[in-house]
Design a protein around this ligand. Structure first.
Ligand SMILES: [Zn+2]
Length: 313
């Protein structure tokens, strides 16, 4: 190779290196994006994002995402503005989950636009940064995705699938419901890790469901509950009798772990009942799932949606 040719080759190599390092789509040297990722999203802006989930993620230095329906901010059982701000200051991502939580597929395009634009504007007006969207009921179509593109970097739906890094469907990100037994969720994690894909799990209000019996009196929604002898505490949501099954109580966990044979007492109403069996405890399941990820797959990353996009795009 002559001197002149060597110089041209050196300049060419330098240009290629600069282009590949600048994040340009001209990737001469392909970057390995196959990092297994997990994202936790809590839909609807329930206050348990703050009162229950935040501590669980904080304990490991992890972060999650809260998808907010703006009409529900500051209402009973939902996040208030200072909780939202604190979540974002702690590294959580705040997503839009529309203004009024409609099935967007039933709305004319101008109303879809209002739901997507105004929710973002409202959250930004509160000083929050909002880049991504979670579709209510995971419902979307071509028109909705086209509107979403005007305001957001990505939109999350359902489909019970993993996201591959190679063909990321940005405005129809795939996700699984977390409303399943822990073993099934661990199975999703195993699959995402072995296939080097992105697992997105969506949650709602974090609840405990207990089969109860021997109720005396009536509990008051929102009142504090004590559990003896376990020492656990919770907040009453509802209880109902299901024919062929018995009575079930739903509550928000506060502290401790409710057990079978606890006596549950309402602190305001004085109502009481006995816990026969804990059907599920979503706080405990979430804790165990995060432990599982860190213990079994220390190199798997728990990221926000926006961070996942940074890595995969
Ligand atoms: Zn929702």
């Amino acid at each position: 190779m002559g001197k002149r040719k060597r110089l041209i080759f050196a300049v060419f190599t330098l240009v290629v290196l600069l282009l590949s390092g600048s994040g340009s789509s001209y990737n001469y040297f392909p970057v390995d994006k196959s990092v297994p990722l997990v994202t936790f999203i809590f839909d609807d802006g329930n206050d348990t994002d703050y009162t229950v989930a935040k501590d669980i993620f904080d304990a490991h230095g992890d972060v999650a995402c809260s998808a907010i329906t703006t009409n529900w901010i500051n209402t009973r059982g939902h996040l208030n503005v200072s909780q939202l701000t604190e979540l974002q200051n702690n590294g959580w991502e705040i997503l839009s989950h529309t203004v009024s939580h409609p099935n967007l597929k039933t709305l004319p395009e101008d109303q879809v636009e209002t739901e997507l634009a105004q929710s973002k504007a409202t959250l930004e007006g509160l000083g929050l940064t909002v880049k991504n969207l979670a579709y209510p009921y995971n419902k979307n179509n071509y028109t909705i995705r086209e509107v979403a593109k005007k305001y957001y970097r990505a939109g999350r739906s359902g489909h019970n699938r993993l996201n591959p890094p190679t063909i990321l469907d940005q405005y129809d990100l795939k996700a699984y419901s977390s409303n399943h037994p822990l073993s099934k969720l661990e199975g999703h994690v195993d699959k995402a890790y072995s296939e080097k894909k992105w697992l997105i799990l969506y949650h709602h209000r974090i609840e405990v469901k207990i089969k109860v019996s021997g109720k005396t009196g009536n509990f008051i929604p929102g009142e504090n509950l004590t559990f003896k002898p376990s020492g656990a505490a919770g907040k009453y949501i509802s209880d109902k009798n299901i024919i062929g099954y018995g009575s079930v109580m739903h509550l928000v966990p506060i502290s401790g772990t409710p057990q079978a044979n606890d006596i549950i007492t309402g602190q305001s109403s004085g109502a009481a009942c006995k816990s026969d069996r804990v059907d599920y405890n979503q706080k405990k399941a979430l804790l165990e799932l995060i432990e599982y990820i860190h213990t079994k797959y220390p190199d798997m990353r728990i990221v926000t949606i926006d961070k996942g996009l940074d890595i995969y795009l």
